[in-house]
Design a protein around this ligand. Structure first.
Ligand SMILES: C[S@@+](CC[C@H](N)C(=O)[O-])C[C@H]1O[C@@H](n2cnc3c(N)ncnc32)[C@H](O)[C@@H]1O
Length: 219
């Protein structure tokens, strides 16, 4: 690869990683929605949806439970629907709803006919969205948490959405896990008996990058 093509390849990263707030990040996704799947899937071999699902399946096997495949699922930061497609491939055949604030990202997801309902909220630290409390059997969030907009202070909001006894499967870039107080926030939720951690592992993200993937049970 020449220096020039390498620069083009990583331009998205410079643009995304210099956003400093949730509205700025939303504007980035609005601008670049049409490039998301070609760039992440085809060029970068992004495997988040598959890996996040596998973390949940591994927990089911290890702990001997099965999340009913006809249950209510919420996909937080559903984007263009790659995560919804992974849910369908894992046989989740019931109602799948999306929380996705970007109209342009979600217009791609809509064409896949996976989601029944869409919440348009932008998740902000320590602020409740319009998602009713304790309303989903499974909440997934893939490549959404970071240190710019959906920060570790948003973890409690996402756990609020799951039913008691329900599950959450969360996956994002390990860089943000290392830099963003996620471990502390997670341990607070455990200490307050809001969640139990079933697994927490480092997994592939894209092109040699590493993600953190964890599965929680809402208590
Ligand atoms: C990298 S994409 C991931 C999409 C999908 N989950 C996947 O794995 O392909 C991140 C998505 O999260 C959404 N997002 C970013 N910040 C958000 C926030 N603060 N609240 C809700 N959604 C957010 C973006 O609009 C974008 O569609």
């Amino acid at each position: 690869m020449t220096e020039m093509t390498a620069d083009i390849k990583w331009m998205w990263k410079n643009e995304l990683y210099t956003t400093k707030s949730a509205p700025e990040e939303l504007a980035y996704y609005e601008r670049t929605a049409k490039d998301y799947e070609p760039e992440f899937r085809r060029n970068l071999k992004y495997c988040g949806p598959e890996v996040c699902m596998q973390s949940l399946l591994d927990c089911e096997q290890q702990f001997g439970f099965t999340v009913p495949r006809n249950c209510r699922v919420l996909d937080v930061g559903a984007g263009t629907g790659l995560s919804g497609e992974a849910l369908r491939r894992a046989s989740f055949n019931g109602q799948i709803d999306a929380l996705e604030p970007s109209d342009n990202m979600f217009s791609h997801a809509q064409s896949k006919h996976i989601y029944s309902h869409r919440y348009t909220d932008l998740i902000l630290p320590n602020k409740e969205t319009s998602v009713p409390s304790c309303s989903y059997d499974l909440v997934i969030s893939i490549a959404v948490f970071n240190t710019r907009s959906t920060t570790s202070d948003c973890l409690s909001e996402v756990t609020r959405m799951a039913k008691h006894g329900g599950y959450l499967s969360i996956y994002f870039n390990k860089i943000h896990w290392d830099q963003g107080c996620f471990k502390d926030r997670l341990l607070e939720l455990v200490a307050e008996k809001h969640v139990q951690i079933l697994s927490l592992e480092y997994k592939p993200y894209y092109e040699g990058n590493v993600a953190v993937s964890f599965v929680l049970k809402k208590l």
